[in-house]
Ligand binder design. Structure first.
Ligand SMILES: Cc1cc2nc3c(=O)[nH]c(=O)nc-3n(C[C@H](O)[C@H](O)[C@H](O)COP(=O)(O)OP(=O)(O)OC[C@H]3O[C@@H](n4cnc5c(N)ncnc54)[C@H](O)[C@@H]3O)c2cc1C
Length: 370
C-alpha cells in the first residue's frame, strides 16, 4: 500500500482527492514528457508505472473485507489518461491484474501476488479479450489445457496482450481438453515455455508493451490458478473489468475539451459554427462520470439490470471518446493535423477505446442478446 491515505468519501460519489491528485501530479510531471515517445513506441514507461504503484495508484480498488469500490481507481486512470491514453490503458491492464488476484480464492496466489501487483512491484496485464469474446459467442477459446499432476499443461497463442515484459504476469483463461470447462490462471512471462513476440506497429498504443503470446506446453502449477472453474469467477469480476475502462475514456474526453478550449481564442470566431462545442462535451463528460461513479461503488452487483447498465455505459464511453476526439480535430484545423500536435494522437487513442474488448460491436451484440 502506498504512503497516501486512501480513505473514501462515502457520503458522495466522489473519491478522496488525495490519491487522484497525486496520480495526476505524477502524470503531468513524469508521463507528459514521455507521451510522444510512448505513442511512437520507443518508450515503455515501466518505471513510471512502478512509481504510480508506490503511491497507491493500483491499490484503491482492492476489496476490503467484502465490498469493493472502483471510483478512486477510475478517477486515477482518468488523471493518467488526460495526459497519455496509452498509459491509461496500461494502468487499466495493471488494475485488472490486481482485480483478478484480489478476487481469487486461491489463498496462496493472493498471498504471493496480491501486494506485489497492487504496489506495482510486479507489473502485468490481462489476456481476456479472446475469452470475453468466446463467452459471448463471438469466437472460440485459443488456449487449451490438459490436467496433469499439480497443475495443467497449456498450449495455444493469444495475438495481443499488453503491459508485458520478461518479468511480467497476466491473467487469462484456457479450455480444458477433457471438456470439463474453463480455468483462469496467471501466466508468468519469464517461463521459457511462454514466448512473447513483438506485434507489428499499431495505429497507436505502440509503447504499451503489447506482444503476441505463445504457450508451448507451458506447465501451470496449481498455485498460479486464479479460478477453477473460471465461469463463476468471470461473472464476479466482469463488471469491474469493464467499468475500470471508463477511466481511459474520461481522461481522453477531458483532454479533448482542453484542446478545443486552447484554440478558442485564435479560432473561436469560426469554430462557433461547428455543431459540437466544448460545452456539449463538458455536459457529456459530467453525465458519463456521474453514471460511472454510481456504478463503480457496487462492482459485485449480480443484478441483470446492473450488468446491462454497465454494458450501455461502456458503449457510450467508446462512442463519446471518438466523438470528442473528432470534434477536437475539427476545432484545431491544420494545427491538429500536425504530427507534433496531440489532437491527432487523441483521435488514434479514441479509436482504441472503441475497439478494445469489449469492442463497440461486441457491446452492441451483448445488448441485443440480453
Ligand atoms: C494495441 C492493442 C492492444 C491490445 N491489448 C490486449 C490485451 O492486453 N489483452 C487482450 O486480451 N487483448 C488485447 N487486445 C485485443 C483487443 O482487446 C481486441 O480483442 C481486438 O482489438 C479485436 O477485437 P474485436 O472484438 O474488434 O475483434 P476483431 O478485430 O473482429 O477480430 C476478431 C479476431 O480476428 C483475429 N484477428 C484479427 N486481426 C488479427 C491480427 N492482426 N492478428 C491475429 N489475429 C487477428 C483474432 O482472433 C481476433 O480475436 C489488444 C489489441 C490491440 C490492437
Amino acid at each position: 500500500m502506498g504512503s497516501l491515505a486512501l480513505s473514501r468519501v462515502e457520503a458522495s460519489d466522489q473519491p478522496a482527492p488525495s490519491l487522484v491528485d497525486e496520480v495526476g501530479r505524477i502524470a503531468r510531471t513524469a508521463l507528459a514528457p514521455l507521451a510522444q515517445a510512448i505513442d511512437d513506441g520507443s518508450v515503455y514507461p515501466g518505471e513510471v508505472l512502478r512509481q504510480l504503484g508506490k503511491v497507491g495508484a493500483w491499490a484503491s480498488h482492492v476489496p476490503q473485507e467484502g465490498p469493493a469500490d472502483l471510483r478512486c481507481a477510475i478517477q486515477s486512470m482518468a488523471a493518467i489518461g488526460e495526459v497519455c491514453g496509452a498509459s491509461a490503458f496500461m494502468a487499466w491492464c495493471q488494475n485488472t491484474l490486481v482485480w483478478y488476484a484480489a478476487n481469487s480464492t486461491n489463498v496462496q496466489l493472493a498471498k504471493r501476488f496480491g501486494d506485489a501487483f497492487s504496489t506495482g512491484r510486479l507489473l502485468g496485464g490481462t489476456g481476456l479479450s479472446n475469452p470475453m469474446k468466446s463467452f459471448f459467442g463471438i469466437e472460440k477459446l485459443k488456449l487449451k489445457g490438459r490436467k496433469v499432476d499439480g497443475g495443467y499443461v497449456v498450449r495455444g497463442a493469444l495475438p495481443w496482450v499488453s503491459n508485458l515484459g520478461p518479468d511480467h504476469y497476466f491473467g487469462t483463461i484456457f479450455e480444458r481438453e477433457d471438456d470439463q470447462g474453463t480455468v483462469m490462471f496467471l501466466a508468468d512471462c519469464s517461463d521459457p515455455a511462454i514466448t512473447l513476440t513483438p506485434c507489428k506497429p499499431f495505429l497507436a498504443m505502440d509503447g504499451t508493451g503489447t506482444y503476441g503470446v505463445q504457450f508451448r506446453d507451458a506447465f501451470i502449477p496449481d498455485d498460479l490458478i486464479l479460478a477453477d472453474p473460471a465461469a463463476p469467477f468471470v461473472k464476479k469480476i466482469r463488471a469491474g473489468f469493464i467499468l475500470l475502462q471508463a477511466g481511459m475514456a474520461l481522461g481522453l474526453i477531458r483532454d479533448c475539451i482542453n484542446i478545443m478550449d486552447e484554440v478558442q481564442s485564435p479560432l473561436g470566431h469560426v469554430n462557433r459554427y461547428l455543431p459540437q462545442q466544448p460545452v456539449h462535451f463538458r455536459d457529456l463528460a459530467a453525465e458519463l462520470e456521474a453514471e460511472t461513479m454510481a456504478l463503480a461503488r457496487d462492482p459485485y452487483n449480480a443484478d441483470e439490470t446492473y450488468w446491462r447498465k454497465v454494458i450501455a455505459l461502456r458503449l457510450r464511453a467508446g462512442d463519446a471518446s471518438v466523438a470528442a476526439a473528432h470534434a477536437a480535430m475539427l476545432h484545431c484545423g491544420a494545427r491538429g493535423y500536425l504530427k507534433s500536435h496531440r489532437a491527432q494522437r487523441r483521435l488514434r487513442e479514441a479509436y482504441f477505446v472503441a475497439i478494445v474488448t469489449p469492442a463497440t460491436k461486441q457491446l452492441r451484440k451483448m445488448l441485443a442478446d440480453a
